[in-house]
Write a protein that binds this ligand. Sequence first.
Ligand SMILES: Cc1cc2nc3c(=O)[nH]c(=O)nc-3n(C[C@H](O)[C@H](O)[C@H](O)COP(=O)(O)O)c2cc1C
Length: 201
Amino acid sequence: MSTTDFFSVVLNQRAHREFAAAPVDDATVETVLRAATHAPSAENKQPWEFVVVRDPAVQTKIHDLTEAAWNANGRAFSETRLTPELLKEVDEGIAGGGYRTAPVLVVVCADLERGLPATVGSSIFPCVQNLLLAAGALGLGSALTTLGAAAGAPLAALLGLPDHVVPQAIVPLGHPVRPLGPPRREPVAEHTHRDRYGTAW
Ligand SMILES: Cc1cc2nc3c(=O)[nH]c(=O)nc-3n(C[C@H](O)[C@H](O)[C@H](O)COP(=O)(O)O)c2cc1C
């Protein structure tokens, strides 16, 4: 991959919440997960466990748990925090079937017996980011979502997780249903300081 390709993937990464019907095979999922597992992790404990969900019944239940969390308090909490545009995107993703439209859901979990509580999140999310970028490099859409992962006991029961394996993120993977425009990001100079906080870059 050239430098240009790398930056093109990174700078065009977006959260995809709806997917086309085209399938994603196991070899592709494995390629993406291999990239995920090449992330750094504290003490190199690699505390990730992935549950790859293709079963439509399980996907529907995960979608239902997420939708219930959004409707119960997630939306009210987010209403004043998200831009109207982002709120609309999340609303449409959930109403449009979200997780149910993805050919694959990857539930990324943390094994709390391998990772220390203080660092396990810092180890899992680089892994998730690698997963998202690898998906983008292969032309797939994906999204880092945590709303559904917070469902707790019902999700753990659905996936048969032992107590020490805790969901951290649910990443839908699939072919984008449409291109999403460019990411909305603030300029680097607005959040970069030279030598001392407050001195302009
Ligand atoms: C920690 C974290 C949690 C997130 N949780 C959700 C989520 O539960 N549902 C969702 O639709 N998007 C979720 N997102 C995606 C963000 O909304 C998205 O990355 C952000 O709005 C930027 O949008 P873009 O990636 O399309 O440019 C999450 C992102 C992060 C980093």
